[in-house]
Write a protein that binds this ligand. Structure first.
Ligand SMILES: [Mg+2]
Length: 169
């Protein structure tokens, strides 16, 4: 049986800075598409949590990174990208495939060599699965880099996904 479209390949119940980079390398991952809002940066903040900055610096030693955000604000996403020295897409319209295809074409990698990491099932996971990427669902990040454990939106989307037949974590 194939993988359900709303089922992430990996859901470790961790925030981004807690993800073991080695696990991604072990899967043969070469590049990361990273969601920004609530994955790298909490809520409305612009400041990056220190653990997120450190994680990005470590990941950059092994992987190609690109920020891929539905947020239409070039000012906000651009500021985060500039701080980290990363390329970015804003107004990405996940789960639609257009903008993601463009980035993937430039990478010249197989879909399974690219991980899509984000906090939303209906945008990040769905977009990545539609193009055959390795999808990672992370917990939303808090200001200290730790995971937010009672996130209503993610809980609701997971229940919805389970109702549609994605297996319960
Ligand atoms: Mg997000």
């Amino acid at each position: 049986m194939g993988q359900h479209w709303l089922q992430p390949n990996w859901e470790p119940g961790l925030s981004l800075p807690q993800l073991p980079i080695q696990h991604l390398l072990d899967q043969g991952i070469e590049a990361l598409m990273l969601d920004v809002d609530r994955t790298l940066v909490p809520g409305r903040e612009i400041l990056l949590p220190e653990p997120a900055t450190i994680w990005i610096q470590q990941a950059q030693q092994h992987l190609r990174l690109h920020l891929f955000s539905n947020n239409p604000s070039r000012q906000r996403i651009g500021a985060v990208a500039e701080k980290l020295g990363l390329s970015y897409t804003c107004g990405a319209a996940k789960p639609r495939r257009g903008a993601l295809r463009e980035v993937l074409n430039q990478l010249q990698l197989k879909p399974k060599e690219i991980a899509m990491i984000g906090d939303r099932v209906l945008t990040d996971v769905l977009a990545g699965n539609r193009l055959g990427l390795y999808t990672v669902l992370v917990r939303p990040i808090r200001a200290d880099g730790s995971p937010c454990h009672n996130d209503r939106v993610q809980q609701l989307e997971k229940r919805f996904a389970a109702w549609l037949g994605a297996s319960q974590p």
